[in-house]
Every structure is written in structure tokens, then in C-alpha cells.
Design a protein around this ligand. Structure first.
Ligand code: NPW
Ligand code: ADP
Ligand code: K
Length: 465
């Protein structure tokens, strides 16, 4: 069976997946051999002739390092191996024995080309002791290129916690076998540099989180018309600018008809955007395929009324921004929902739904998804999507320029537009998150939310079948 290179595993699942490979007939030593050789090959190629220092710890991460060192030596690359601690696992002991070159004491301060950090990987259970922290940071300072084996040492694999403040920045992190949550989670992710993944044959783990894949979006069918493509109702509120931004993105993300619902026509409505001043009455139109409520809604009693009107209309709905702070367990409606909280809105929702705010973001998002019977897109530098049936999708790193006012309104518009097209909340959240990241990539640096909304069509074109 081909390996699964899209899943993101926690340490227990990774160990179980490795154990399954071993039971299936691949000895642990062979797994280490595959991982270590690939690691050595990355160091050789990225080093481009420069010498490599391999820093080895006591566990299997260190074992990978001895295999990498052997591979590098066999290819004529000058290697210095430093054993920070003696190997303790049978595989690491064998790997060390098979490395024919000298192994230096940790006092040796090598310098030069590439540092390959094989001190600790997924087995790190506590902060690095002072001597190892000093050794790692000292070596990192003395090498031009820093590569981490599996994870930078000092990172907790499940949570992405940085256990030692002041860890060095790496240029490349070579994940071994499968992605771990830390590769995509804050605060660890920015320390890792470029990410690469080595295939050691790890099979798909049922229910594992997955990296968000590029969606496959179809063009309108030959017999399409604007209603069949999806009518999206965007509820304007106290500050209509935000809803206008959402609507602008939504018009470019696939829906055939985007209507702004307001009691009076706000200023700045583009001619292409229909503003229905019958306002909430327009929700009775059976052709409304999806609703977006929240951007610029306000938090007044009137805002609560508008949110509830959107929910009782019983159409697939995106609930964003202010509406998230007004949503309650007793709020009406049974239609599919997408909630798009940032960290602050997440805390408000957790309080409203009586949930604990402790634990990794993915677990918190899942708990809310179940409690609110909604797909939850938890936003931030490490955005992720959780669905009530237990699936987690991890957003790949996105442009940090997305941290601009109105960027969330654009995302909500993209998701709502996709929801109007097909009504599937989970798929719409995935498509919207991908389009948001792609639009940002195309915008380059220092864009406005308006630029981002305007780039939606280009992002969509990249995902067309
Ligand atoms: N298994 C496989 O088939 C494959 C595994 N692979 C590789 O194995 C890696 C995982 O290996 P691993 O589980 O041995 O963990 P690793 O990160 O080397 O360290 C654990 C050791 O460190 C110790 N220790 C922990 N924290 C410490 C601290 N702060 N300070 C000091 N000591 C500390 C801990 O001891 P203890 O906590 O019991 O004291 C234990 O001795 C994985 O990242 C990948 O590189 C790949 O080759 C693919 C095939
Ligand atoms: N540092 C960052 N890196 C990547 N994406 C980010 C970063 N900061 C914010 N974002 C994204 O930008 C959007 C901001 O949304 P939100 O917080 O609702 O802002 P606003 O209310 O101004 O629209 C979210 O999609 C979030 O994931
Ligand atoms: K490492």
C-alpha cells in the first residue's frame, strides 16, 4: 500500500503506525535506515559539498543521525559526529556501531557548513538540560545551515510548545515518516524553516488529522444559471463595510448571486452587488442557498435578532465575527453551520458552551464542533478545521500578511460562497481556507483586505478542475 504523506500524527499514533510496520515485516532497524539515509541525503544536497556536523542524542532520533553520518561519509562528505549522550535504544546502538568514523565528545565545538540536529525528536519529554541546550545553541551559532531531524530539539511534538526559550531557528526541518502536529502549530512552526517529509512507508491512520489539500472546484455546468450556482444572502449590520468586504470575496468564489440584506442601502455598494432593502424579509426566499451572518453585525439586541433570523431561516450558514459572541447553545436552527472564530471569539464560545479552554487547539476546536454541531474553523497563524464527526484538517502555513484588518471578513465571504454552491459545511470551510491562503500568496506583501477579496477569482482559478 502506498504511504500516507498527508496525515498529521500525534506521538502515540506515530509509534503505533511504526509498530504496525514492524509487525508487517519491516524491522525497526530498517525503518531507521530508511529515515537516516534520506536525512543524510537532504543534508548532502542542501550542504552542496560543505562539511556536516551531526549532533546525536540518546534515542532513535540520534540513531537516525548515525545512519545519516554513515550515508554522508559513503558519499565523501566530511562529517563530524558528536554524541551528546550515549545511545540507549537497540536500533540507535546498532546505528552507532555501524558508523565507522570517529564519534566526538560533546565538548567539541565543531563549526562550518551544515548542522544536522539529531538530539531529540518525537521522544522529547521535558526541556533540554542546560548542557544540551548550550551545546545545541553553540553549534547552531557556528554553522551556516541548520537542519533538524524530524523536529528541532526542544520542541514538544504533540503541542508545538517550545520547551526551551531561545532555541535556534532552523533552515529546514525534515519530518520522518509522517507530519507531527508541531510542524504546523504555533509557537514551534516558525522555528522550523522549510518543511520536508521523508516517506518510510507509514500507512494511513484512521481518523488522523490531515493537511489541507488543494480543493478541486468545478466550473458552472453548461445549464447553469445564477440561482442554480447558489444565492448567498449576506446580512449587513451596524458596520456594513465588513459585510461588503465579505460580499466582494463571495462574488468571486463561485456563488452565482450574492445579495446584501440591509434595511437601507449602505454607501459604497458596487453596482454588481445587489442590495435588498427588504432586509430580513428576503430570507424567506426559498432560493437562498446559504447565509453569512456576523461581519460588522454589532452586539446589540438588534444584532441578536438578526442572528436568530439567520438561524431560523434554516439554510446552511456561516457564523463569523460578532455573531460568534452572540451564539448560545439554545440558539435556534438545525441547518449545517460553519463557525470561524479567532482566538478571542473561541474563548467566548467556549465560555458560552461550557467548554474547557485547556488543551491543544485541535482538541478545543473538536469539542466546540461537537457541542455546537458545527464545523469550526479556528483561525490564527495555525488555522485548523474541526468537524462534528471528528475530522481535523490542518491549514498549511499561510502568508503572515493575512494579519490585516478585514482579512477574516474576506475568509467568511469565501466560505459562505462555497456553501451557497454546494451546501456542504466541511467542504466549504476547507475550500474557503485554501482560497484565502492562495489569494494571499498571489497578493504578495502588504495587501489590504480589499486586495485580498479582489484576488479571490485568481485563487479560484488555481483550484479549477
Ligand atoms: N521508532 C521508529 O521506528 C522510528 C523512529 N524514528 C526516529 O525516532 C525518533 C523518536 O525516537 P525516540 O522515541 O527514541 O525519541 P528521541 O526523540 O530520540 O529521544 C528519546 C530519548 O531522549 C530521552 N529524553 C527525552 N527528553 C529528554 C531531555 N529533555 N533530556 C534528556 N533526555 C531526554 C528519553 O529518555 P527518558 O525520557 O526516558 O529519560 C529517550 O532516551 C523520531 O523523532 C525519529 O527521529 C525514525 O527513525 C523512524 C523510525
Ligand atoms: N500571522 C498570521 N499568519 C497567517 N495567517 C494569519 C496570521 N494572522 C492572522 N491570520 C489570518 O488572517 C485572518 C484574520 O481574521 P480575523 O482575526 O477575523 O481578522 P478581522 O476581524 O480583522 O477580519 C484569519 O484567517 C487568520 O487565520
Ligand atoms: K532533532
Amino acid at each position: 500500500m502506498p504511504a500516507d504523506l498527508t496525515q498529521v500524527l500525534d506521538v502515540a499514533a506515530m509509534r503505533a503506525a511504526e509498530a504496525a510496520l514492524i509487525v508487517g515485516g519491516t524491522p525497526a532497524q530498517e525503518l531507521m535506515e530508511t529515515a537516516g539515509r534520506a536525512l543524510g541525503e537532504w543534508a548532502r544536497r542542501l550542504g552542496a559539498g560543505r562539511p556536516v556536523t551531526v549532533l546525536c542524542g540518546p534515542g532513535n532520533n540520534g540513531g537516525d543521525g548515525y545512519v545519516a553520518a554513515r550515508h554522508l561519509s559513503e558519499h565523501g562528505v566530511p562529517v563530524t559526529v558528536i554524541a551528546a549522550r550515549a545511545p540507549t535504544t537497540p536500533e540507535a546502538m546498532t546505528a552507532r556501531a555501524l558508523y565507522a568514523g570517529a564519534v566526538q565528545e560533546p565538548e567539541v565545538m565543531a563549526s562550518g557548513g551544515v548542522l544536522l540536529d539529531c538530539l531529540f525528536g518525537s521522544g522529547l519529554s521535558r526541556p533540554l538540560p542546560d548542557d544540551l541546550f548550550a551545546l545545541l545553541t553553540g553549534l547552531a551559532d557556528r554553522h551556516a545551515l541548520r537542519i533538524a531531524a524530524d523536529l528541532p530539539s526542544g520542541i514538544e511534538a504533540n503541542s508545538g510548545a517550545v520547551l526551551n526559550p531561545g532555541l535556534p531557528m532552523f533552515d529546514v526541518t525534515v519530518a520522518l515518516g509522517a507530519w507531527k502536529h508541531a510542524h504546523y502549530a504555533m509557537p514551534a512552526a516558525p522555528l522550523m524553516g522549510a518543511l520536508r517529509l521523508v516517506d518510510i512507508g507509514v500507512q494511513a491512520v484512521p481518523g488522523a488529522a490531515r493537511i489541507l489539500a488543494k480543493p478541486r472546484i468545478a466550473s458552472p455546468a453548461a445549464d447553469a444559471h445564477k440561482y442554480r450556482r447558489g444565492l448567498l444572502a449576506v446580512l449587513a449590520g451596524a458596520m456594513p463595510g465588513a459585510a461588503l468586504l465579505s460580499a466582494e470575496a463571495a462574488q468571486r468564489a463561485g456563488a452565482g448571486y450574492v445579495k446584501l440584506l440591509a434595511s437601507t442601502r449602505p454607501e459604497g455598494v458596487a453596482p454588481s452587488l445587489v442590495c435588498d432593502v427588504t432586509d430580513l424579509a428576503a430570507l424567506a426566499d426559498p432560493r437562498v442557498a446559504a447565509i453569512l451572518v456576523g461581519p460588522g453585525l454589532g452586539r446589540s439586541t438588534e444584532a441578536v435578532g438578526r442572528l436568530n433570523a439567520a438561524l431560523v431561516a434554516d439554510r446552511p450558514v456561516v457564523i463569523d465575527a460578532d455573531a460568534l459572541t452572540l451564539l448560545k447553545p439554545e440558539s435556534p436552527g438545525t441547518a449545517p453551520r460553519v463557525l470561524t472564530p479567532h482566538q478571542g471569539e473561541m474563548a467566548a464560545l467556549e465560555a458560552a458552551f461550557g467548554l474547557s479552554a485547556i488543551g491543544p487547539r485541535r482538541a478545543r476546536a473538536l469539542a466546540l464542533a461537537v457541542a455546537a454541531r458545527a464545523v469550526v474553523l479556528l483561525k490564527g497563524p495555525d488555522s485548523l478545521i474541526a468537524s462534528p464527526d471528528g475530522y481535523v484538517t490542518i491549514g498549511p502555513r499561510a502568508s503572515t500578511w493575512l494579519s490585516v484588518a478585514g482579512s477574516g471578513d474576506v475568509l467568511a465571504g469565501m466560505i459562505a460562497s462555497r456553501l451557497a454552491v454546494h451546501g456542504d459545511a466541511h467542504r466549504a470551510a476547507q475550500e474557503g481556507l485554501w482560497l484565502h491562503g492562495e489569494a494571499a500568496r498571489r497578493c504578495g506583501p502588504a495587501f489590504t483586505a480589499g486586495d485580498l477579496a479582489a484576488a479571490t477569482g485568481y485563487a479560484l482559478s488555481a483550484a479549477l478542475l
